[in-house]
Design a binder for this molecule. Sequence first.
Ligand SMILES: NC(=O)c1ccc[n+]([C@@H]2O[C@H](COP(=O)([O-])OP(=O)(O)OC[C@H]3O[C@@H](n4cnc5c(N)ncnc54)[C@H](O)[C@@H]3O)[C@@H](O)[C@H]2O)c1
Length: 266
Amino acid sequence: MTDKFDAFADFRMDGHNVVLTGGAQNIGAGIAKTLAGAGANVMIADLQGDKAQETARQIEAETGGRCFGMGCDVTRAEDIDALVKATVGAFGGISTLVNNVGWGPRHDDPTAITEEELVDAYKLNTISAYRMSMACLPHLEKAQNASITNSGSFSSAVPAYDILGYGTAKAALNQMMISLAHMLAQKVRVNTVLIGTVMTEGYADAGLGEAMQERLKHPDNLIGRTGQPQDIANAMLWLTSPAAGWVSGQIIKVHGGGSTVRLFGE
Ligand SMILES: NC(=O)c1ccc[n+]([C@@H]2O[C@H](COP(=O)([O-])OP(=O)(O)OC[C@H]3O[C@@H](n4cnc5c(N)ncnc54)[C@H](O)[C@@H]3O)[C@@H](O)[C@H]2O)c1
């Protein structure tokens, strides 16, 4: 008798070596746990080095997989070089890059944003992803099912005037992803998950939780809840695994069904 067909086989990440930025907490930590749980070796790179190591230890305990953490500022070229060297030293190669770092300043008065803040948002959200991609490229080119996947933002697609620097930098990331997918055609798949509002500790700490829950009652919010890190991790697993082997140059929206209702204050 032949073995039963395994519909999950293509979603396994065995033999994959992942570099994931900004994985010490929240969405990144969820992605790291899911990829490690699917069989990948995962290196978490984060500005918070100690927290990255602690998260990695927890993930190893929960999944039985291999997960390491290290301190890294993705806006510094020398830190990126050290990260790539450490990952190749630990795992023997890199097959998968997840550019998850991202952030930007919020202004109640959008005209208050400074040029310096605009440039800093671009450096963190866009240039870091380009630098990471180029630094990992020699290793990605040697790997099976190589991919680069970015954590994008719904604010790149809808008006986001109170987070202007962040929204425009994430919009640039979308364009860069499509260009890279063409540059690296038939070698490395490149995609972006366009993320909606995921309830993280940051939002809760900023007191945004209750107001968001109220706005989520609007019927334009098709699913009617904020996202969880696992919602994003599931999409990342698909896009990085062999199951998405025919998917490149795409923006995959994971945002609760496409609401255009602003979840933040006016
Ligand atoms: N949470 C949301 O609702 C939401 C919505 C849309 C998009 N996103 C995107 O998803 C990604 C993760 O979001 P999150 O809410 O989990 O973020 P978060 O702020 O909770 O975590 C980001 C991590 O990146 C690390 N980091 C920051 N600057 C860094 C740097 N220079 N070098 C290395 N690490 C650095 C932080 O230490 C932190 O651990 C980001 O790209 C964000 O823009 C989030």
